[in-house]
Design a protein around this ligand. Sequence first.
Ligand code: IPE
Ligand code: IPE
Ligand code: MG
Length: 251
Amino acid sequence: MPQGPSSTKEIPETGLIPKHIAIIMDGNGRWAQTRYMPRIAGHKQGVETVRGVIKACIERNIPYLTLFAFSSENWRRPTEEVTSLMQLFLGALEHEITRLHENGICFKVIGDLSKFEPKIREFIHTGEQLTAENKRLTFTIAANYGGRWDIMQAIRKMMAQSAELPLNFEEENLTQYLALSYAPEPDLFIRTGGEYRISNFLLWQLAYTELYFTDTLWPDFDEHELERAIQSYQQRERRFGCTSEQIQVAG
Ligand code: IPE
Ligand code: IPE
Ligand code: MG
């Protein structure tokens, strides 16, 4: 899969349908707490939302979907919640991979996997291998992911692989090692749950992404909410540093 052009180097081709949607799935805990349920019940319901969003992306011919499931900072949560999240992740991997494969979905996980228990790593590896050739949708889960971690690991890889690299190396020397190098930069970023922050998600890749925030909590996010986000995206004028006039002449 070729990497899309860098949006700070050249103007990427854009269309009405976003090629890549990246989502911070936030608000599971609050969804559960307003129902006097344990936070993990919200995370479980959140998995159902993931199913619906995958289906909606396929129906709209959106080729890339990336979801933030667990940040490098989420280890700071109470042990009980972290343990439950790991169990939920393991269960989802165990039960959903075959279904993803049957639906022609290519499954990938980005993040520092070394912190996960061996069984989780094994399921991820098997799932990625099984679905590697699928073309309908590339579905990426960011797990133990952090934007700064991503940039740091890319620099380390780049330096390890090219000892003679000049100090004035170029963007493309680095970007090939970023965790999402197989995907174009996201066109549309969505954050549910009412917070207006990036929380160390795709720091490099979001340089020119259109941002959409909604108060809807992730377990309540559905196809209609996704449609609303896409409609908002379709009304934006993506200028990439140019003037409005330049964009209109080119378009
Ligand atoms: C997002 O929901 C899921 C994870 C971070 C794992 P939260 O658990 O952050 O839900 P709120 O923000 O506390 O409601
Ligand atoms: C961001 O949500 C991470 C994920 C959705 C996985 P958080 O709920 O952890 O973000 P903060 O802590 O409110 O910024
Ligand atoms: Mg949260």
